[in-house]
Write a protein that binds this ligand. Structure first.
Ligand SMILES: *Cc1c(COP(=O)(O)O)cnc(C)c1O
Length: 419
């Protein structure tokens, strides 16, 4: 499949008159549509709800849209809880899935009456001391070993820091019941960025069986299963996008086979998708500043890994579109780089692209999740603005770009630096 940017060169140049590059831009239509289809795919489950993983794209303007579409939020830290509270989320609208959790984070989550997802057995006593044990609580499960879909190994939970062992799940529920908990959710996140369409159905079947086992061994009411995040997106042109209706039907089949005939009979499905919701509907737009020819041909842009670090840290592929040259043949091979003093600051290595000229605009696609959010200030680089392409075609700034003043703000106690 060919991959395209959701704005044209002409639109991008118009936007650049008001907002200088680089910037991340998101599509309102894209985000609303993906949520509506997700809800349709799981509409067979009355209690279904998506809790958007805030860490993927913590912008209140975008999360407000998701709230309008019926989503809750999945938070993992104090400031993510603040963001949720400021948007009016509370109670069952918030899933708090954290690990190595500070006391004040648990206290805050309990104050908001969020659903707490406990990462560890030892966190039971810790939560009892810092916020108290609620009536409904979630436990994060780690089955150990490898997680396979069919014959392929997809994840390595035995090597992951998250969740409780099968024995700890039983002990944890027994202990929590004695402390007043009445209803339990089970959560697991066993593989990431899965475009394998049977990932969610396979994970769901495993969690449903675990729910039945826990109910049998402890007598506890299992009120929901949280399938967490992990549905992937087609970063590469040859990747197949996830068919959410196939996925929803696959989870339904497992539910009908495992939950319906069990003593549990029914439970709610929850998801905490991040990448799947915003990933494809955001992109990083950057301008070409330089071309450098040494042992290789380098294109130097005004964005860098501080704006999008996935290629630098994971070697992740992000498709690049040279705006206005969508239909030109890829006759050149370039490394597309940012300006960090760090050799892995490359958005693409040996990438086939149309011939690029200085001043061209590049759209680095699929930056909508774990993109801006992972930004940092290394080399004194400033984080970019975030813009929203609204359904009516207008563009709204939803976060301004940082200025040097922001960069120096943490010296506000000192008189050495004045900006
Ligand atoms: C990161 C994360 C998610 C979202 O993951 P995606 O890959 O973006 O779908 C969901 N739940 C938890 C607990 C996470 O840590």
């Amino acid at each position: 499949m060919s991959k395209n940017a959701f704005i044209t060169k002409q639109q991008a140049e118009e936007i650049c008159k008001e907002y200088p590059t680089p910037f991340h831009i998101y599509s309102e239509d894209g985000i609303r549509t993906v949520i509506r289809n997700l809800k349709k795919a799981f509409s067979w489950n009355k209690g279904y709800r998506e809790y958007f993983a805030v860490k993927a794209c913590p912008n209140p303007f975008l999360i407000k849209m998701m709230q309008e579409e019926g989503c809750g939020v999945d938070c993992s830290s104090y400031t993510e809880l603040m963001l949720a509270e400021s948007l009016g989320f509370s109670g069952k609208g918030i899933m708090f899935s954290s690990n190595a959790t500070p006391a004040e984070d648990f206290e805050y989550a309990r104050k908001l009456d969020a659903i707490v997802n406990l990462d560890d057995f030892s966190h039971i006593d810790f939560l009892a001391k810092h916020g108290g044990i609620p009536e409904e609580i979630c436990l994060r499960f780690n089955p150990g070993g490898f997680f396979s879909v069919g014959n392929s190994i997809m994840g390595n939970p035995g090597d992951a820091k998250y969740g409780m062992t099968p024995d700890q799940m039983v002990e944890g529920i027994r202990k929590l019941m004695k402390m007043g908990a009445k209803r339990f959710g089970i959560h697991a996140f066993l593989a990431s960025n899965m475009i394998e369409k049977d990932y969610y159905p396979t994970l769901a079947a495993q969690l449903f069986r675990e729910a039945v086992r826990l109910n049998k061994e402890t007598g506890a009411e299992i009120s929901f299963v949280n399938l967490s995040g992990g549905i992937g997106i087609p970063y590469k042109p040859e990747d197949e996008p996830a068919d959410i209706f196939y996925i929803g039907a696959g989870v339904e089949k497992a539910y009908n086979e495992i939950i319906v005939p069990s003593p549990i009979k029914s439970l709610d499905i929850k998801t905490e998708l991040g990448r799947y919701i915003t990933g494809p509907y955001g992109m990083l737009v950057t301008r070409v500043l330089h071309e450098k020819k040494t042992f290789k041909d380098y294109i130097g842009t005004d964005a860098c890994a501080a704006n999008l670090m996935r290629p630098a840290i994971y070697g992740a592929y992000h498709h690049i579109v040279v705006l206005g040259k969508e239909n030109e043949p890829c006759t050149k091979i370039y490394d597309v780089t940012g300006g960090l003093c760090e050799n892995n600051d490359k958005f693409a290595i040996d990438r086939s692209l149309p011939e690029i000229e200085i001043g061209d605009l590049l759209a680095i696609l699929d930056s909508g999740a774990h993109g801006y959010a992972m930004g940092y200030n290394y080399n004194g680089k400033l984080r970019s603005a975030e813009l929203l392409l609204k359904s009516d075609g207008s563009v709204q700034m939803i976060r301004r770009a940082e200025t040097p003043k922001d960069y120096f703000a943490t010296f506000d106690f000192s008189d050495i630096i004045k900006v």
